[in-house]
Design a protein around this ligand. Sequence first.
Ligand SMILES: [Mn+2]
Length: 317
Amino acid sequence: MLYDVFNGDADGLCALHQLRLAVPVDSELVTGVKRDISLLKQVHAQAGDEIIVLDISLDKNRDALLAALDAGAKVRYFDHHFAGKIPKHLSFEAHINTDANVCTSLLVNDYLKGAYLPWAVTAAFGDNLFDAAREAAKPLNLNDEQLGLLEHLGTLLNYNGYGVTLDDLYFHPQALYQAIKPFENPFDFIAQAKEFKVLADGYAADMQKAELSESIVLDDKYAALMMPDEAWSRRVSGVYGNALARMYPDRAHALVTRMDNGNYRVSVRAPLSNKTGADELCMTFPAGGGRKAAAGINDLSHNMLDNFIAAFKEKYA
Ligand SMILES: [Mn+2]
């Protein structure tokens, strides 16, 4: 069997799309909401299986990876999240780079020698790597309007992946992948696909609501905002955080959502001008993890919010 395991955000989608434009096959698709990163364990690998894994932390999938390799599967892995120790195995090929200005789709773009660069640029915008996206786009000689369209597309594909459950999303990431699959050129997708229009309208409406959220702490160096636990906020909080990070590049941001169980879900963006520490900060709390520039805590105990805010302030003061 062939399995394509990919994160359900812009980067995961565009990484898979590039690889499957290059080598089209029918594979079993394994994906989920963006925050669902323990995806590899859904594959019950057997000898001879070939598995591609995209844009999910090796460290969080280590047991499933070792089990798949033990079972005799071949695994190719592309990622930019914290990996920990990278296993050495004859059937394992790792393309992992945790540099804060790299995303999985840019790694795949290198691997494919730039064959589908517009999709890699789209993904870099989606991962909020605006400088890296513009730098990577140079050989395409796009004008500002075209770059703006790829930025919008990346933002929308990323936006679709947020949400806590698949019910929050406009499209199951698997369905969104099927929608982009026929399009070698992202500009055709933008012009023709109804999915683009649906996401653009939903995004605009959700962003309007997000702009009314109240702050927990607010300073030049850091801002933490409280968001309600509703489908629109679960969808938009990640991209709203990215937008704030771009508007206030020297400020760190934390979006805090109070959940039904009384605990909090937290999403942290390091300042764009100093993309460090978000992963370290979040990893000091249970169920926390991510990258240097963007990280989160899935379930912060209700009595640890003050601790988190104190640690957040200390980290970025
Ligand atoms: Mn990514």
